[in-house]
Design a protein around this ligand. Structure first.
Ligand SMILES: O=P(O)(O)OC[C@@]1(O)O[C@H](CO)[C@@H](O)[C@@H]1O
Ligand SMILES: [Mn+2]
Length: 424
């Protein structure tokens, strides 16, 4: 919070100042006034953060304002020592970090008529544009797999594992770890996979394969659909790796419908909103490389035909751990229960799956989920925060010896599965 969060806010403030004229050009004097208001609210926020002021209740009037304010009250009620306060550097990291992004949203809500502005649009788009070559390679690889029905089961499994790993390492490209600085994919995402294998600390890819291939085999007799849900993380390169995976799942008939869950407000700099998906699809459609434009056309079509479905829910931008979902957002929990497999992308999702706690490395994942079991699920995450469960005895300690920073860099990854094989 001391280092990265102020950098992120300062970058937003600078970008707004650089684009000053555009607000006037679009909206005249009203635009200039709204931009000034937004800048003053963000500068105030930066000051509160840097001086470790107490967290304040929200004053906007959005769908979740009351929930956030109740959450703050709840944290107050937990304090029984009078010398403590709910503040930026003294309260749980997961909470205050989410709160910062919600305060950015509040600043926007209070700066009508520019409330819809996505202050992170530019770095997200830059991430995509800088990763163009890697994206071209991926799209071309996917198009090359178009004779998927001719692959035997082992070949299909190899391709499935390859695309899963691409989606895992795509999670290295997030813009909050880098303080909002560029973090794109510049090398070929395919050739690096073998070299990266030793860095996968938990590898439950086999479970995912067994679950999906068994369902596919039994679908004719027992099941009519296989639904896979992606709880998305970052836009730009990571999003493309997820969409490529989703395309492959449909084409190989390992799944019959895909549901994506994104954020409804700008979040953790690079997290995906609906607009980001639309923008990526438009960029691909307009590309002058055939493999890319075909991906764009196909993906738009999947959404139109509802074999791909996009959802957002305010729960994803609340500070709650996922074990609270069934209480706080029973509608979302019920939606996820319809899934046959939920893939949780990224580090923030992992922090919310297991909670901001000092878990021992060998605590079973199932236990750390603390009752959150809407359907079989898997975390696909590069490790960037100091929380990790489900390791073999001694494994975490051993990695720490060779690489003391191992939990903060995104160099290591996991496929961590929880669930049973519902084949009856
Ligand atoms: O969820 P993501 O995109 O994989 O990662 C988000 C993230 O970089 O944001 C925070 C930065 O402070 C870290 O907790 C976390 O690692
Ligand atoms: Mn993210």
């Amino acid at each position: 919070m001391k280092n990265r969060a102020p950098q992120i806010l300062i970058k937003v403030i600078n970008t707004l100042q650089q684009h000053k004229n555009e607000f006037f050009e679009k909206l005249g004097e009203v635009g200039t006034e709204a931009e000034k208001k937004l800048l003053s609210l963000l500068s105030k926020l930066l000051n509160e953060l840097q001086t470790d002021e107490p967290l304040l209740p929200l004053t906007d009037n959005w769908v979740d304002t009351d929930i956030w304010n109740q959450y703050l009250k709840y944290h107050h009620s937990l304090l029984n020592e009078t010398n403590k306060k709910i503040s930026w550097f003294q309260s749980p990291w997961l909470y205050v970090e989410c709160y910062m992004y919600r305060r950015i949203h509040e600043a926007l809500m209070l700066s009508s008529p520019i409330s819809d502005l996505d202050v992170f649009k530019e770095p997200k788009e830059q991430n995509f544009l800088e990763s163009q070559e890697a994206i071209r390679i991926l799209c071309s690889y996917l198009q090359g797999l178009n004779k998927i029905e001719n692959l035997d089961e082992n070949q299909l499994k190899d391709e499935f594992f390859k695309l899963l790993q691409i989606s895992l390492w795509g999670n290295k490209c997030d813009l909050s770890l880098s303080g909002g600085q560029s973090s794109s994919q510049t090398s070929s995402p395919l050739t690096v996979l073998e070299d990266l294998k030793p860095f996968i600390l938990v590898n439950n890819m086999d479970y995912l394969w067994l679950l999906l291939i068994n369902r596919k085999k039994m679908r004719q007799e027992t099941f009519s659909v296989t639904r896979v849900d992606f709880v998305l993380d970052n836009a730009g390169f990571e999003l493309v790796t997820d969409l490529v995976m989703a395309d492959f799942l449909l084409a190989s008939k390992l799944a019959t419908e895909i549901h994506f869950h994104g954020k409804s407000i700008p979040w953790y700099v690079s997290d995906t909103n609906k607009n980001d998906i639309n923008w990526v699809i438009e960029q691909l459609k307009a590309a002058n490389t055939k493999c890319m434009s075909e991906c764009g056309i196909n993906w738009e079509d999947y959404f139109k035909k509802h074999s791909w479905v996009y959802h957002d829910h305010m729960f994803w931008t609340l500070p709650y751990e996922y074990c609270a979902m069934s209480q706080v957002a029973p509608d979302l929990y019920a939606e996820l229960q319809k899934s046959n497999l939920i893939l949780f992308k990224g580090d923030l999702n992992y922090r919310k799956l297991v909670g901001d706690r000092k878990w021992g490395f060998t605590v079973p994942f199932h236990q750390a989920l603390n009752g959150f079991h809407p359907a079989p699920l898997c975390s696909i995450r590069t490790v960037k925060a100091e929380v990790q469960v489900g390791l073999a005895p001694g494994q975490g300690e051993q990695v720490a010896v060779t690489d003391p920073q191992w939990m903060n860099t995104g160099k290591y990854g996991i496929f961590q599965f929880d669930g049973h094989f519902d084949l009856a």
